[in-house]
Each structure stands twice: as C-alpha cells, then as structure tokens.
Design a binder for this molecule. Structure first.
Ligand code: SAH
Ligand code: SF4
Ligand code: F3S
Length: 483
C-alpha cells in the first residue's frame, strides 16, 4: 500500500517551536513565574497528549500548578466517550468562570475529544464565553501558535476542523511519571463500532514510523524507565497504512530487543485483529508483560453484529483459548457494554455467560451511552433503564466474585513487582504492580524503592487488589523467593 501523506513536516513543527520561543519572550517581560494547569480526562491516549501539551508549555517557560487560581493558563484535555464524562467536564469548565474572575488575564483552553465535536464547540462558543481556545486532537501540534494568537491579539480561537488526521514528530514531552512511560504508536481508528465516538474525533488510523517509535523507546530505556506502554485504539492494526512489511507483532519484537530492564505493555487490542503470530511473539519476548486487554463488548452474536465488531462469540472464545495456549498464566481483562440499543435481557445472558466462561481477571463495565453522530444513537432502544441497570449489577457481581477468586490464588506466591508509588492507605507504605498489572499494596518500605523491581510475597487479596510484603531477597536458601 502507498504510504499516506499524513505527516506534519519538520519545518511546520519547527515553526511551532518558534512560537514557543516567542511566548517565552513575552513571559520573560512579565514579573514572576507564569504558571499552567493541565487537567486530563479520558484514556491513556489523552494522558500521552497532555504530556506533549506540558512539553510545549514548559518550553514556553511556564511552571506547573494544580491550583486553578494560581494558573495563568488552564488546559482541560477532555474525553467524549460517554455522556457522564462530558457532563463532568462541562461542570468543571463552567466553574472556572470564578477562577477567571479572580484572575482576569487567565487563558482557558479546552482540547481533546470533546473539543473536536462540533455541537460541543458550539455550546462553548455560545454559553462558556470565558473559554478562550478550543482545539481538537488534530490541532494539538499547533497549540503554541493558537496560544500565541490569543496572548497577542486577544479574542477567541476555535480550531476543530474535521480531518483524517496527521502525525507530528518532535513535539517536546514532559512525562508525568519517572518510572512508567506511554508511547503512542498510532492514532485514530477505522473500525467505526456503531456506539463509539472515537473515529469521529480522532480521525483515521495512522501509524508512526517504526524508527520513530523505536527511537523513543530506546531513549526511555536509556533514561531508566521500567515500563513502556505502547498505545493505540487498535494496536493490532499497526503498520497497515505504512506499506512496510511489518506488523504489530514485529514492532513488539523490535521493542523487546532494546537493551534494558523494562516491561512492555500495550493497549488496546481489537479481537478481530488479535493474531496467532501476536500471541506467539508475546510468549517468546521476555519483556512483554503477560497481560492482554481484549475488549469483547458483548457475548451475543446479534448484538456484536449491530455493534459492527466483526467477530462473533465463538471467534472471541477461540482467540482467548489460543492466547492461553501460548501464555497459560496470562492476565486477561476486557471492556463490556450493557444495554446496547435493542439488547434484551436474554441477549445480555450471553454476555454474563461469556464472562463466566472466560474468567477475566478484571472487567471494565459500561452502560451504553448514546453519542451524537454515531449510528447507535439513532437506533431503537426500548429496554428501560431500570432493566439495564439491573443487568449491569448482575454483571458487576459476577465479575467481582471471579476477580476475588483470581486474586485469592495469588496468596502465598512471590512475584517480581514494579514498585510504582507511595500507598495512601493506612497500614501500607508502597504500591506496586505485578507483571500482569494487578495492584499490590506493600506493608513496609521507603520511597527510595520506587522504580525498582522487587520480589513481593503476596499475603492477602480482595476483589480489587493484592497486598503483601517485600520478600527477603538476601535469603538464598530454600526459604528464598521464587522468581
Ligand atoms: N479502542 C478501544 C476502546 C476505546 S473506548 C477498543 O476498541 O477496545 C473504551 C471502552 O469504552 C470501549 O471498549 C467500550 O467498552 C466503551 N464505550 C465506548 N463507547 C461507548 C458508549 N457509547 N457507551 C458506553 N460505553 C462505551
Ligand atoms: Fe471505538 Fe471500536 Fe475504534 Fe475501539 S475499535 S476506538 S470501540 S470504534
Ligand atoms: Fe475518551 Fe478520546 Fe480516549 S473519547 S476514551 S479521550 S480517545
């Protein structure tokens, strides 16, 4: 396939860096340190985007604050996946009117997936007049230019034209975590699941060049990062647009070959593209974590068809079986939607039985939320909300029982875990993650252990997490930790 021209030129990115310098000059003429507040909603893709927004802001000379009253620039990076997410954002953006009253020169920016939706932009235009800049994910790389325009000319800027999307390399990054890093390997989505807004707001699927992804991963490994998560809406179709003889499994193997003591994770996978080659690659690549997030959405074939998912229940189950044949202890997690338009309780039973049959380690459960412009928003939806909620609760209860059982099986085992933070809960000192990404709370240990892989003996578990103590790594006798 011809390589598509979806790349922003290096000159255009360099121009944005010039705008950063111009803004830095403006700020240096002001007294005191200028501050920025970046608030992020939604998925890891948005977290990764916010790290680039912070990168730009830092190169403009802004410091960072968590206090909206202290901020000269506020950036709200939004999510449009469900109505609840949008309502929360609008509520918080509405409340910022008070911060701005106290701080008249403050600039408020709304970006991300909601900002790309025309009806949201219109609402902001009409009813949230304290918002100065609105820009969708396609315009993120132009943020310095947009901010410069508002800083020098005042007025409001709206930049959310619908387009297939592009890739800009060379944007500065300020990572939020010194141990775990996100690496976007592709952007957008071509799947058009009928309930989902993502393809409309994030544009068409486009892959970063392997050399760019690998260079970023090499840098991260050299900087001592312990975990790299490769991101995309459907990582399994990585490379299809590049016209190279390379797929996601090949990319994974190449990241695995980078020297360093780090784990590789990835998300998200679409079942239709999860291949035997990928499962085999995972099994032989020692750095690839034994965990697979494989959203199934529904266990009923009619509903799956209506969702435009391109697989049926049997195919999904066969993929899980093939994955477990390669990686017997793999942790499998999934997403599911309850109450898709027209789903009957009888059809919902198929979802419930699939959950029982697979035995997921964890499940992200959602009640269908109609999204403006998606086909499902216009479908007949006769099932009453009370019935959907009752089904949802049955699903949550069933999964909770499975999760508790899965977690209980860890008790007595010793696992090599990445210590990733301080635990806020009483009686615990640190948090860590198992290779399968289960949360472990550790009883004792100081902050200096954050960023280390340590053996943790699991002593207890509940539905949501595990707990334990650092194993005595000096003991190499029969009591010593297993690997
Ligand atoms: N690209 C990923 C997931 C993107 S969104 C994938 O395909 O798996 C994350 C999850 O949100 C989806 O898996 C789905 O379960 C849920 N979701 C998306 N749109 C939704 C909607 N309109 N209502 C309820 N849940 C939704
Ligand atoms: Fe949405 Fe489907 Fe694309 Fe995932 S694969 S982002 S659910 S359209
Ligand atoms: Fe939300 Fe956009 Fe991610 S809609 S889930 S932030 S891709």
């Amino acid at each position: 396939m011809e390589r598509q021209t979806t790349r922003v030129s290096t000159q255009d990115v360099a121009r944005q860096r010039d705008f950063c310098e111009k803004i830095a000059l403006l700020l240096s003429a002001k007294a005191g340190q200028s501050m920025a507040y970046v608030d992020t909603y939604g998925c890891q893709q948005n977290e990764a985007d916010s790290e680039r927004i912070r990168g730009y802001l830092q190169s403009m000379g802004y410091g960072f604050t968590q206090d909206e009253n202290e901020a000269d620039v506020i950036v709200i990076n939004t999510c449009a996946i469900r109505e609840h997410a949008e309502d929360r954002v609008l509520g918080n953006v509405g409340a910022l009117v008070h911060a701005k009253r106290r701080h008249p020169g403050q600039i408020i920016c709304l970006c991300g997936c909601m900002a790309q939706e025309e009806h949201v932009a219109e609402k902001i235009r009409q009813s949230y007049r304290h918002v100065d800049i609105v820009f969708g994910p396609h315009a993120l790389w132009k943020f310095p230019e947009l901010l410069y325009r508002v800083l020098t000319r005042r007025g409001r800027v709206f930049e959310n034209t619908d387009e297939p999307g592009s890739i800009a390399e060379g944007i500065p990054v300020v990572r939020q975590n010194g141990v775990k890093a996100w690496v976007s390997i592709m952007y957008g989505c071509n799947n058009f699941c009928t309930y989902c807004i993502v393809p409309y707001v994030r544009g068409r699927e486009r892959s970063r060049l392997p050399e760019d992804v690998l260079a970023e991963c090499r840098e991260l490994a050299a900087a001592g990062y312990k975990e790299i998560t490769l991101l995309g809406q459907n990582v399994n179709s990585y490379g299809k647009d590049l016209g190279l003889d390379m797929d996601f499994a090949d990319l994974l193997a190449q990241v695995n070959a980078i020297p360093g003591d780090f784990l590789i994770r990835f998300m998200t996978s679409h079942p239709k593209d999860a291949s035997q080659k990928l499962f085999e690659t995972m099994a032989r690549c020692e750095k690839v974590a034994p965990v697979f997030h494989l959203p199934f959405q529904s266990g009923n074939d009619r509903v799956l068809k209506e969702m435009n998912r391109h697989y049926d229940r049997a195919t999904y189950l066969a993929k899980v079986k093939a994955l477990r044949e390669q990686l017997p202890d793999v942790v499998i997690t999934s997403d599911v939607i309850v109450g898709f338009p027209g789903e009957t309780t009888e059809e919902f039973e198929d979802t419930l039985s699939l959950v029982e049959e697979v035995g997921f380690d964890a499940l992200f459960t959602f009640i269908f939320s109609p999204r403006v412009g998606t086909p499902a928003a216009g479908m007949d939806d006769p099932t009453p909300m009370e019935e959907k909620k009752a089904n949802f609760q049955r699903l949550v209860d069933a999964q909770n029982a499975i999760s508790a059982q899965k977690h209980a099986a860890y008790i007595g085992k010793t696992l090599r875990c990445l210590v990733d933070g301080v635990c806020q809960e009483e009686g615990f000192a640190l948090t860590a993650r198992t290779p399968g990404n289960r949360l472990v709370r550790i009883e004792t240990g100081g902050e200096e252990l954050i960023g280390q892989y340590l053996d943790v003996e699991i002593t207890g578990a509940n539905t949501w997490s595990l707990w334990g103590r650092l194993a005595d790594t000096d003991c190499h006798g029969p009591c010593g930790p297993s690997q």
